[in-house]
Write a protein that binds this ligand. Structure first.
Ligand code: PMT
Length: 415
């Protein structure tokens, strides 16, 4: 599935000689599946661990290993018969230079500007951002020389992902393991998005279904998986925003490059949202916040009896309504967006919520359809604005819905 920030982006994936090179094949495959154009550049040592053919097969592109291998220039503006110099061509075309795994040796070369192979020559010739995923034995990682090299690279603007702690090639446990490909891919999204149209903006997003405790083992909740809210957080992050995600429990991993605040109940979500959204550029509430909670929470597990059990429910705080009151006092976010999860009278109910919660925009979400709403990867919403306009969006991935909402939020902030 395409990921917008990776789509048609040219990534030079440098693979150096470590056993983690086998994981780089999976990374190359995931980046390609996400829509990136991946040019793999391997050092001679890397080719001892994994054959170039593996990378060729997953990227469906030539793999580069030799700095002296001139090849016919296939760029559209090339003159007939002209040969391309691989390190210059790749360096110029790259949107991102990603080195995974990066050995201690390659880190040292990069820090000192050596260019004795194709990869290090590209690193010297490119103006693309550099993302490095180191992998080595923990002693090599901890060595002052490696640490000094890493500090130099970071000071020059390189981004580091990992290394992680865990099982190493030697059989030892320690810090030095290459980060998992999924985490590296997420970091590639962050780096590619850094100068996006939301750079410098501070966005707050809520996700998931709150849990309202009945007793120490039971709670009232709903079907929200968090997918819509997480998609919003990732999309804003991929466009350069600083994102705080306030989320009720979900099965999703904490997103890389996003400040994530875990909460359980509506009351906890309220506190986290009010504190994060003060002065923020926008708040988007995709969370399914419980409207009611048990009036009293039993201290011990409620015992089963023959009779019926009656729970007395009371209102939870209406978070968006409180945010609206703060905005009247000149505090709170510049723009607020809500979602209306409805099973009937979609637009009428959504419009009422838009007005009552004094929102700038609401996504009217018919949650009775099987392909939209709770726990699926797609959604179909109608965007209703405070100025009375309505835009019915077709069925889209939640990522696409998120980007469309951020497009609208971006215009609203500028107004
Ligand atoms: O998480 P997924 O599985 O991906 O599902 C996505 C979703 C269906 C949960 C999401 O797209 C959605 O529609 N979220 C809103 C769900 C909801 O609670 O709707 P509501 O109509 O009850 O509330 C309206 C708005 O007020 C929402 O923005 C809600 O976050 C907010 N609210 C609700 C109650 C409350 N006490 N305080 C609030 O601020």
């Amino acid at each position: 599935m395409n990921i917008r920030v990776l789509h048609n982006k040219r990534i030079v994936l440098g693979v150096t000689g470590g056993v983690a090179a086998y994981k780089a094949a999976f990374l190359a495959s995931r980046l390609t599946q996400a829509g990136a154009i991946v040019d793999v550049v391997m050092t001679e040592a890397a080719t001892r661990f994994v054959a170039p053919l593996t990378f060729q097969a997953v990227t469906r592109r030539a793999v580069h290993t030799d700095i002296f291998a001139l090849s016919p220039d296939s760029e559209p503006d090339a003159r007939a018969g002209e040969l391309q110099i691989p390190h210059i061509t790749l360096a110029k075309s790259a949107n991102l230079l990603l080195i995974a795994p990066a050995t201690g040796n390659t880190l040292a070369k990069l820090a000192h500007g050596l260019a004795d192979n194709l990869l290090t020559a590209i690193a010297l010739a490119t103006s693309a951002p550099l993302l490095i995923a180191p992998a080595m034995e923990s002693e090599m990682w901890a060595h002052p020389a490696t640490q000094a090299n890493v500090a130099t690279l970071v000071e020059r603007g390189a981004t580091l992902v990992g290394p992680a702690a865990g099982h190493l090639a030697s059989g030892a446990e320690g810090v030095g393991r290459m980060s998992e490909p999924e985490e590296i891919l997420e970091m590639a999204r962050v780096v590619l998005g850094q100068k996006g149209d939301l750079a410098g903006r501070r966005m707050v997003v809520s996700a998931g279904g709150t849990r309202e405790a009945i007793d120490p083992v039971r709670f009232i909740s709903n079907r929200s998986s968090g997918k819509m809210g997480f998609a919003l957080a990732l999309a804003a992050r991929d466009r350069g925003a600083h994102v705080t995600l306030v989320t009720a429990p979900t099965a999703l991993p904490n997103p890389v490059g996003v400040d994530t605040v875990q909460v359980e109940s509506a009351a906890e979500m309220r506190d986290a949202i009010l504190s994060a959204s003060d002065g923020a550029d926008a708040l988007v509430m995709a969370a399914a916040v419980a409207d009611y909670r048990p009036g009293e929470v039993a201290e011990q597990k409620i015992k089963k009896t023959d009779g019926a059990l009656t729970l007395r429910l009371t209102h939870t705080p209406d978070i968006l309504a409180e945010v609206a009151r703060l905005r009247e006092l000149g505090r709170g976010p510049k723009v607020t967006v809500g979602f209306a999860a409805e099973t009937e009278d979609l637009l009428t109910n959504a419009r009422e919520k838009l007005q009552y919660k004094r929102l700038d925009l609401i996504a009217a979400n018919d949650v009775s359809a099987a392909d939209a709403g709770f726990a699926v990867d797609t959604n179909r919403v109608t965007l209703l604005s405070a100025d009375g306009t309505a835009e019915a969006l077709p069925l889209m991935s939640k990522e696409e819905v998120a980007h469309t909402i951020w497009d609208r939020v971006s215009s609203l902030i500028q107004e």
